[in-house]
Design a protein around this ligand. Structure first.
Ligand SMILES: [Zn+2]
Length: 432
């Protein structure tokens, strides 16, 4: 017997803060588009409540990252947000980090920071585990996805420069530099796959290691006029570099082929480093090899999750209309039946609900929403299209229709055409 009484698709009428466009926005920007559909709510300078629609986007991003990191043997952990000042004094970053470090003092007068990153914490943890004595296998690839903190002087541009932001950070430990470089290549390979799956064009550029220490570093950028970073790309060869990493700021010729490089504005969404033994030496994170304890060679890797969400909206949205790529859209498809009270409602509405149910079985993890508001088809279509939901299926007196960013099918001959379209989409976009 068929036992599945659960309705798994969502309905607009019961979805918390689903768009109604009643709130006028003053500015024409990605985060404003989110705010207009009540997906994020600013609370104080640089802090935001992430409401259900935007949280679904963050969950989708997190899933893609989990999938690709676990494919390269990354294992997920949780590190505390509170990090003791002792650790940061040991690395010298308590002073070097300056005013952007959020500092708090406990009742006993001990100082902590709210972690903007976790090199000290994770290296201390590895050192305390004394992995060389318990024979833990290398490499170690640990990562977390957690809220990080920066005391921005003037937080602005919404989630692009917030004081509290979601980041996925991986830390790798290898026995020697050669293996560390291999791990670096493996992890940056996973980065390429993550950014390819998200579906927005990106560039990977050489970067300076800044106050992180270490020898090799790359950044991942979305090119956009909203970007605050300047990157240079050579059109002749593949050389790409952050403006800050140029040896001479006035010399923008490609160091590999001497062509003049193109200047681009970028939003930084990822940063990877080979740190070597900078932290492991300080904290005593060692492995036993060739008869002696040697410091582990370390890499660290960060992806800005809330920043990708915000950047995608900035780049793709038009005015107040939120647009997002298939892979991270809160819902992939909105299903719309005939207007309540219309002549065809009794007959067609159950079939529209049936379509929502079938699509929910084809698409993974809650990607279907059924619009049951008492509005005309046209109004529902317009609002769903402007809510970051890429595809709409309509069943009304004009028959079955599919509205997609690239294709519009009207008078679709049978539901199988729609089913097949979404089956192919799942495969093509590797939807999770
Ligand atoms: Zn070149």
């Amino acid at each position: 017997m068929f036992l599945n009484p659960r309705r798994l698709y969502s309905r607009t009428s019961s979805f918390f803060t689903f768009p109604s466009f009643s709130k006028a926005a003053k500015e024409d920007r990605g985060d404003v588009a989110y705010q207009t559909i009540f997906a994020i709510q600013p609370l104080s300078a640089g802090t935001f409540a992430i409401l259900p629609l935007a949280n679904k986007v963050l969950e989708r991003l997190t899933k893609i990252i989990d999938h690709e990191f676990q494919a390269i043997d990354g294992q997920k952990i949780v590190l505390p947000s509170l990090s003791h000042s002792q650790l940061w004094r040991k690395s010298g970053r308590w002073d070097r980090y300056g005013p952007v470090l959020f500092r708090v003092t406990d009742r006993a007068g001990q100082e902590f920071c709210l972690g903007p990153t976790h090199e000290e914490t994770v290296t201390q943890c590895i050192a305390a585990l004394e992995i060389s004595s318990v024979g833990t296998k290398l490499p170690i690839r640990l990562y977390q996805t957690s809220w990080k903190f920066r005391d921005e002087d003037r937080p602005k541009r919404g989630l692009l420069r917030a004081r509290e932001f979601l980041m996925a950070d991986m830390y790798s430990f290898d026995s020697d530099l050669e293996k560390c470089q291999e791990t670096y290549d493996t992890v940056t390979g996973a980065y390429d796959r993550i950014f390819n799956r998200i579906g927005l064009p990106f560039v990977r550029v050489l970067a300076s290691s800044g106050d992180m220490g270490g020898s090799v570093s790359h950044e991942y950028h979305y090119c956009s006029p909203h970007g605050e970073d300047v990157v240079y790309a050579c059109g002749t060869c593949e050389h790409k570099i952050n403006g800050e990493a140029l040896k001479d700021a006035n010399d923008t010729r490609c160091p590999s082929c001497s062509s003049e490089m193109q200047k681009l504005q970028g939003i930084e969404v990822g940063h990877t480093f080979i740190l070597g033994d900078t932290y492991s030496k300080l904290f005593g994170a060692k492995s036993f090899q060739n008869g002696q304890n040697l410091p582990l060679q370390m890499g660290c890797y960060g992806i800005g999750v809330t920043r990708i969400m915000s950047a995608a909206a900035h780049i793709l949205s038009q005015g107040l209309k939120l647009k997002l790529p298939d892979a991270i859209a809160p819902f992939t498809v909105g299903v719309i039946g005939p207007k309540q009270g219309s002549r065809e409602y009794e007959d067609l509405n159950p079939r529209a609900m049936e379509m929502a149910d079938q699509l929910d079985r084809i698409l993974p993890s809650h990607r279907v929403i059924f619009d049951d508001r008492k509005w005309s088809i046209g109004r529902k279509l317009l609002e769903l299209k402007s809510s970051g939901i890429p595809h709409q299926v309509v069943l009304g007196k004009n028959g079955l229709e599919l509205h997609s960013p690239d294709t519009e099918f009207t008078n679709v001959d049978g539901p199988e055409v729609i089913h097949n379209f979404f089956k192919e989409l799942v495969v093509k976009r590797e939807l999770l």
